[in-house]
Design a protein around this ligand. Structure first.
Ligand SMILES: Cc1cc2nc3c(=O)[nH]c(=O)nc-3n(C[C@H](O)[C@H](O)[C@H](O)COP(=O)(O)OP(=O)(O)OC[C@H]3O[C@@H](n4cnc5c(N)ncnc54)[C@H](O)[C@@H]3O)c2cc1C
Length: 410
């Protein structure tokens, strides 16, 4: 049976940062990364559409959600672009605060992690699906037994970096959360976050494939809870886009008549929109009503807005009364879509919920499993789109790796 000082469970962003930082903290500790898939880092390769948005220039606590937010003080001391600089990866801001490797290649990021791990002598054991972790005594020495279906390895410390439940084909399937739950560790129930929202399919069918710049408001019981500006996309029964992803967690919290309201001309007041509509009606008065708004929105979007606003659409733009223009302006400022659910874990970029803050001491060690540390998406915290989640995975992984390495010999 192979014995290590530290066994890291999960070869993703958090796992690599943990293993590398553990080794950099104490070159004499032996470190293993155990990964259930045939290869490590499958999710890293999928990030940022293969370009890997690995951090953000503004890592502010407001961009995170969940009980483990208080650990951001611990993780904020770790500078992710600097870490990648130390691996030979040149990073740059895209001008909007999102930080990418300059080559815009997630494969380069994963290569850098693998090369550094190999250089430091970190072992990797792929195809090792951890099913159980328990403390056992081996010749009177308490060690963690980390078991797959047919093999057991032992370690003085374990670092749990098994991720959440999002997009299981990329590796993390919730199995480590399950092991923690079995050990009596408090878990905030997992839910899909950064995910498209479901609506009435009949309402979005005419918009399939359309995109629009909008200020998106998430409303519950008629009140605006939060809003985000950005590009909205419409697909089969779904409303998506980064701004919708960032609001999607609210669906878990607000079940009272949840709806999205889209302000499709966010830089204008309702009055200004109304005046604009009057001007355009004068210009296009004898044109078909479907063409009336095609200079402001795409033709399908313009026709759709008229259909939503007017029960009986007249034949020409000039026949639309001022009263009806008021309804059109209202729809442009707050085009409403009821929210009926989310697209689920298979479409979510991250998992909300996870190990509760109260289960961890300041070093990310688990109170109920001394010697075991947790990091990454496994924790009850996630961030908005824009590099916040990878930053959290790398920085919490590094914190857990350092904590574990410092305690191996104690
Ligand atoms: C399509 C997509 C695009 C994204 N793009 C971005 C982006 O550009 N920027 C950003 O900040 N975030 C992005 N994210 C989110 C980000 O990728 C994750 O939050 C982050 O990778 C989490 O890292 P992690 O190491 O905690 O978990 P994971 O990356 O999920 O790694 C966990 C690893 O543990 C392994 N594992 C799980 N269970 C076991 C077990 N029982 N035994 C052994 N191994 C196990 C898994 O196979 C996996 O390799 C994206 C997510 C997705 C799905």
């Amino acid at each position: 049976m192979k014995r290590y000082d530290i066994a890291v469970i999960g070869g993703g962003a958090a796992g690599y940062a943990a293993a590398i930082t553990a080794k950099r903290t104490d070159r004499n500790v032996s470190v293993l990364i155990a990964e259930r898939l045939p290869k490590t880092g499958k999710k890293i390769l999928a990030t940022g559409n293969g370009r890997c948005n690995l951090s953000n220039a503004d890592i502010s606590p407001d961009r995170y959600h969940g009980s483990c937010k208080n650990f951001l003080k611990l993780t904020s001391v770790f500078d992710v672009p600097e870490f990648f600089g130390s691996l030979g990866v040149l990073c740059e801001d895209d001008g909007q605060g999102r930080i990418y490797p300059r080559c815009r290649s997630a494969a380069s990021v994963l290569d850098a992690l693998r090369l550094e791990a190999a250089k430091l002598g970190i072992e990797e054991l792929c195809g090792f699906d951890v099913m159980n972790i328990e403390k056992r005594r081996y010749s009177a020495m308490p060690l963690f037994a980390v078991c797959s279906a047919d093999e057991t390895i032992t370690a003085k410390k374990v670092i749990l970096a098994g991720g959440g439940m999002s997009q299981a084909a990329l590796g993390s399937n919730g199995s480590i959360l399950g092991i923690c739950e079995k050990a009596g560790i408090g878990i905030t129930p997992a839910f899909p976050a950064l995910v498209p929202l479901k609506t009435d399919p009949a309402l979005v069918k005419p918009l399939k494939g359309q995109r629009a710049d909008a200020n998106v408001m998430f409303c519950a019981d008629g009140k605006v809870i939060a809003s985000r500006r950005g590009e909205v996309q419409f697909t089969e029964g779904l409303v998506s886009g980064i701004c919708v992803f960032d609001l999607s967690y609210l669906y878990e919290k607000y079940k009272e008549k949840p709806e999205l309201k889209l302000d499709l001309l966010p830089d204008m007041s309702t009055r200004q929109v109304f005046e604009l509509l009057k001007d355009v009606r004068n210009i296009r008065d004898d044109m078909a009503a479907e063409d009336y708004l095609s200079g402001i929105f795409t033709r399908p979007m313009g026709a759709y807005i008229l259909k939503r606003a007017l029960k009986n659409c007249p034949r020409t733009a000039g026949q639309i009364s001022d009263l009806k223009l008021g309804a059109v302006a209202d729809n442009i400022k707050a085009l409403s879509f009821p929210v009926t659910g989310t697209a689920g874990f298979e479409r979510s970029q991250v998992t909300g919920g996870g190990i509760k803050a109260e289960e961890l001491v300041a070093t990310l060690e688990l109170r109920k499993m001394p010697g075991a540390y947790a990091c990454g998406e496994l924790l009850d915290i996630y961030g908005d789109c824009g590099g916040y989640n990878l930053d959290l995975a790398f920085s919490s992984g590094a914190a857990a790796g350092k904590s574990a390495a410092l305690k191996v010999r104690i």
